[in-house]
Design a protein around this ligand. Structure first.
Ligand SMILES: Nc1ncnc2c1ncn2[C@@H]1O[C@H](COP(=O)(O)OP(=O)(O)OP(=O)(O)O)[C@@H](O)[C@H]1O
Ligand SMILES: [Mg+2]
Length: 352
């Protein structure tokens, strides 16, 4: 999308915490991170994508935006209420596509059309075959409405709602440049409750999948096996506990990571078997659970692929005048979606 205007403030309301990023771009196009905010949310604030404790989110937003003037925000909607499909259609003009898209959506989306917001983008055209690929996105209106209402309640002005998969991709492309069309790249975002996979081939999204699994599963298993509280288990897992970490913790972490890596491997195998693509060149991981080294190692070994962390600092370095480097330390992997959202602008045009 052509981007114009001023950057929006990226607000990523996740299961475990709210992340806020604001990026400033000067006239020459060089960027800096002028604000970073992090606010942990109590457990059970969001369950299976449903907001159970709206008060905790509004309070968090109010704190994060205390005395902040710029309130035009880009929000992320959870993958629980979104479907992304890549469909093939005959080549047509954008006016014809606009007319046709609802009919196509009806065939491909298992929700009532009246209940969803549809968006789409032509990702490739094969004029010789008379075909084009269109990325179709359907998000439940109710969930978008709930989310924007929370933001409005905290006196924010939501301008854009995006998905994790595309926000991570925005962050990736800003950090590393447009993907090499010869290479197949996997963007893997592993949060607390959700894992999002976005495979880029020939420079565009070729395959996406959400897996309802993430870092919470590790915490819950440590909690269960050791009979300890959620806070203790979380601290052991993140290496932030005082005192000695029980020997079982790394072992339990590896067990849970193994099953998550297995699901990821199956998705990648499915993609390779169905796309005709022969090889995956690199996996970039982000999300808080990207801090778990065992996850990198397990995916690298199972899939025989290079696994690296997606570094959002390549998009914009913190401005020391307004961002405390300590606040961002250890949280860069978690900030990737908010970074991607913060790249969105208040005036954007759909390409013709
Ligand atoms: N240093 C660390 N080591 C291990 N796990 C970590 C570390 N830091 C964060 N995590 C884990 O990352 C997860 C939070 O990541 P993130 O902020 O990306 O999730 P979220 O956006 O809140 O959740 P979701 O997007 O799944 O709704 C938690 O499970 C947390 O325990
Ligand atoms: Mg998240």
């Amino acid at each position: 999308m052509a981007s114009e205007g001023k950057n929006l403030v990226g607000v990523d309301i996740g299961t475990s915490s709210i992340k806020v990023c604001e990026i400033k771009e000067d006239r020459k196009g060089s960027r800096s991170l002028v604000r970073f905010g992090y606010h942990p949310l109590p457990p059970q604030t969001i369950v299976d994508g449903h907001i159970m404790n709206a008060g905790a989110i509004v309070e968090g937003l109010e704190r994060l935006f205390h005395k902040v003037k710029r309130r035009d925000v880009a929000l992320r909607v959870s993958g629980h209420s979104v479907i992304i499909k890549k469909i093939t259609m005959p080549v047509m003009t954008s006016a014809e596509l606009a007319e046709q898209i609802n009919w196509e959506a009806e065939q491909h989306i298992p929700f009532e059309l009246a209940d969803v917001q549809i968006d789409y983008q032509v990702v490739s055209r094969r004029e010789d075959q008379g075909q084009m690929d269109v990325l179709l996105v359907a998000a439940k209106k109710e969930e978008i409405g709930d989310l924007t209402n929370l933001a409005l309640e905290a006196k924010l002005r939501p301008k854009v709602v995006d998905l994790d998969a595309f926000s991570v991709q925005n962050c990736f492309e800003s950090a590393y440049g447009e993907p090499d069309p010869e290479q197949t790249i996997v963007l893997l975002h592993v949060g607390a409750s959700l894992t999002t996979l976005n495979i880029l081939a020939q420079g565009t999204t070729a395959f996406t999948r959400d897996v309802v699994n993430g870092g919470n599963a590790i915490t819950e298993e440590i909690q269960r096996q050791l009979g300890i509280s959620q806070e203790e288990a979380e601290a052991y897992k993140c290496g932030s506990a005082q005192g000695i970490v029980p020997d079982e913790v790394p072992q339990i972490t590896r067990e849970v990571v193994d099953s998550l890596a297995g699901e990821i491997q199956r998705s990648l195998d499915f993609y390779l078997a169905t796309s005709g693509d022969r090889e995956i060149h690199k996996v970039y991981v982000s999300g808080g659970t990207a801090n778990v080294q065992a996850l990198h190692d397990e995916i690298a070994e199972r899939c025989q692929v290079d696994v690296v962390s997606l570094d959002p600092l390549l998009v914009a370095q913190p401005d020391p005048k307004s961002v405390d480097p300590m606040a961002l330390q250890g949280r860069t992997a978690q900030a990737v979606v908010a970074y991607g959202l913060a790249l969105r602008k208040d005036r954007e045009r759909r390409p013709a």
